[in-house]
Every structure is written in C-alpha cells, then in structure tokens.
Design a protein around this ligand. Structure first.
Ligand code: NAP
Length: 231
C-alpha cells in the first residue's frame, strides 16, 4: 500500500482528499489539529507550519523511503493592503504557504530522485497570477510556490519524479472563516472540496502516467460577498 503525506489534511480540500484516499492508501496528515475521524491507515503529525522550528522538527521525523506522494494543501489567506498587515503575518503566510512545502520537498527529494519515483502535488491559487488590491501577500506567496514548482519540475524531469501544480479558484471551505469575504452562496460560485478531491484522485492517482503538470480548477461563476465592510 502506498503512503501519501498531506499537509493541511485536517480541514477543507486536504481533508476531502485524505478521505478519498484513506481506504486504499496510508496517509500521514500534517496540521495543527488532528483530522476529525480516526482510521487505521491514518497517522497524525502535529505541526505548526508557521513555525520554522516546528517545521524543521517535522522534517527530521519524516522517512522519505516510506512516503510515495506528498500533497501540499496547508494554506492561509491574508487579504489586506500591505501596510495593514502585521509583520508577523507576513512571515506566517510565507511560512505556511511556501517555506513549509519547500522544506518538506527538500527532505523527500534526494531519496525519491535516487529511487526514480514519487509525486509532489501543490495546491496553488488563481490569486497567484492576479494582481489586485489586498492580494499582495497571499498572491505573492502562491506565485512563489508556482515559480518554485516550475523550476523544480525541470530538476526532476529525468529522475521520474512528478511535480504537479493545481491553480484553484474559490472553493467552499473554512479558508474563508477568518476573512471578511466569502464566495457568493449560490453553488456555481464556488467549487465543492469533495469535487476537487475526486478530481485530484482521478487525475493523479488513477492515471499516474498522465503527467499533469499544471491545471486550473475554477467555479463556473465568479463573485464574492462581503461579510463586513472592507477595511
Ligand atoms: N478555499 C479556496 O477558495 C481556495 C482557493 C484557492 C486556493 N486555495 C488553497 O487551497 C489550499 C487548501 O485550502 P482550504 O480551502 O482547504 O483551506 P482550509 O479549509 O482553511 O484548510 C487549511 C488547512 O491548512 C492547515 N493549516 C493552516 N495553518 C496551518 C499551520 N500554521 N500549520 C499547519 N497547518 C496549517 C489547516 O489545519 P490546522 O488549522 O488544523 O492547522 C487546514 O487543514 C490552501 O493552500 C489554499 O491556499 C484555496
């Protein structure tokens, strides 16, 4: 049975993906809070990916030989004008959205390259290619992740290690809980995390030879609702 590491497997898209895979794979979930249910194939690695120290502790714990694929779903959104964002949050966004993925990848990569097998899947955002007000921090963290995967793919091409990047549009998850806006309530304005998980499963786990490099998943309609007036 193959083993898949999922950061951000406790909620949202990571959790939906974990639930899709857990009967047929061993799953290592990395997040601060444990997944909402237990399963014999599930192992929880508590880690605050906003902390360099905690992430480095986690990275040392991982056994690259025992992991076959890694899905990076942990992420936070901070949408404010730059001068309103606390300095700690600038670091927090980049630690969770970018550095944690880079450090875990760096740990797994040498072994995966040697054995010529492995699949990294990164969840990005359409915000990474949109240059709009209040997207400065989040958009740049996801743009950094996308640029990282584009060069990494070239480093890995001859080693048969796959690098996939999924650019997501709005998806109805707890991502919006701390934010001042959310997708409009009607179903077509946001993806369902279960649909995203089904898509990831069929594209990346049913057809491993397909070699999906980058793909965009968007809801049919675009529109947000303000929960409170924007600051
Ligand atoms: N939802 C959208 O509309 C949307 C759109 C584009 C891209 N994305 C991207 O898709 C990915 C998944 O988002 P989602 O919608 O599933 O978000 P979500 O429901 O808010 O889930 C986020 C996950 O990240 C984990 N996480 C957050 N902070 C963490 C920390 N400090 N340390 C460890 N884990 C942490 C959370 O676990 P704990 O809280 O338990 O730590 C949770 O499992 C993210 O990378 C996001 O940027 C989402």
């Amino acid at each position: 049975m193959k083993t898949v590491l999922i950061t951000g497997g406790s909620r949202g898209i990571g959790s939906a993906t974990m639930q899709k895979l857990v009967d047929t794979h061993k799953i290592l979930v990395v997040s601060r809070t444990p997944p909402s249910f237990q399963h014999p194939h599930l192992t929880f690695f508590p880690c605050d990916l906003a902390s360099r120290k905690d992430t480095e502790r986690l990275v040392k714990q991982l056994e690259p030989k025992q992991i076959d694929a890694a899905i990076y779903s942990a992420g936070i959104g901070i949408f404010q004008c730059l001068e309103s964002i606390h300095t700690d949050d600038v670091y927090r966004a980049f630690h969770i959205n970018f550095f944690s993925a880079a450090l875990i990848t760096k740990r797994l990569l040498p072994v995966w390259k040697t054995r010529k097998q492995g699949h990294f899947l990164y969840l990005g955002s359409v915000a990474g290619t949109k240059y709009t007000k209040q997207n400065t921090l989040y958009g740049s963290s996801k743009a950094a992740l996308q640029a990282f995967t584009r060069s990494l793919r070239e480093e890995c091409r001859t080693a048969n290690v796959q690098i996939s990047f999924v650019e997501l549009g709005m998806c109805r998850t707890s991502f919006y809980d701390p934010l001042e806006f959310c997708p409009k309530k009607e179903p077509l304005y946001a993806l369902d995390p279960k649909d995203v998980a089904d898509f990831l499963y069929s594209s990346f786990f049913t057809f491993p030879l397909l070699g999906v490099e980058e793909i965009t998943l968007q809801p049919q309609k675009h529109g947000i609702e303000k929960k409170r007036p924007f600051s």
